[in-house]
Design a protein around this ligand. Structure first.
Ligand SMILES: [Zn+2]
Length: 148
């Protein structure tokens, strides 16, 4: 752990597995990973690569970890920096797309509800137009009676 400078905020977001600081468990999704908090940060920052992205951590934690990773990157050379930037941008996009997908699903549901309500209203309207009676069921019953 040569590069650890200060007590890491990332420790708030994980627990040690078997008391090993290099084997940690994400408190948001329960994913366990080797590599300690530096790996956890990549996990929380949704950085694609050696570790699975966290599906459960709040957006502000993701942002916090991404900012932290960017600070670490200040020490990297330009090429590494550019690569990481790309990865972060890409993962942010995926994150947004997933959020949008969720919103779309909600919208689909709302639309489906609206459609069924509209259909119902249309049907109601048609029945009302098709008969002078406000109680169209009565008329249907009457029709059936007439057939006897
Ligand atoms: Zn996680």
């Amino acid at each position: 752990m040569g590069r650890t400078r200060l007590p890491d905020k990332a420790w708030n977001y994980c627990t040690m597995v078997d008391g090993k600081s290099c084997h940690v468990c994400c408190i948001f999704c329960g994913h366990t990973m080797w590599g300690g908090v530096s790996r956890l940060k990549e996990h929380l920052a949704q950085k694609r690569g050696d570790v699975a992205e966290c599906k459960r951590c709040p957006a502000n934690v993701t942002m916090e970890m991404q900012e932290h990773l960017i600070q670490v990157v200040e020490e990297m050379d330009e090429k590494e920096k550019a690569l990481l930037d790309e990865a972060i941008k890409e993962s942010l996009q995926t994150h947004k797309m997933e959020e949008m997908k969720e919103k779309n699903e909600e919208a689909d549901l709302a639309r489906a509800c609206l459609e069924s309500v509209q259909l119902y209203e249309q049907e109601l309207l048609m029945r009302q137009n098709g008969s002078s009676s406000r109680y169209d069921y009565d008329e249907t019953d009457f029709d059936i009676d007439m057939n006897f």
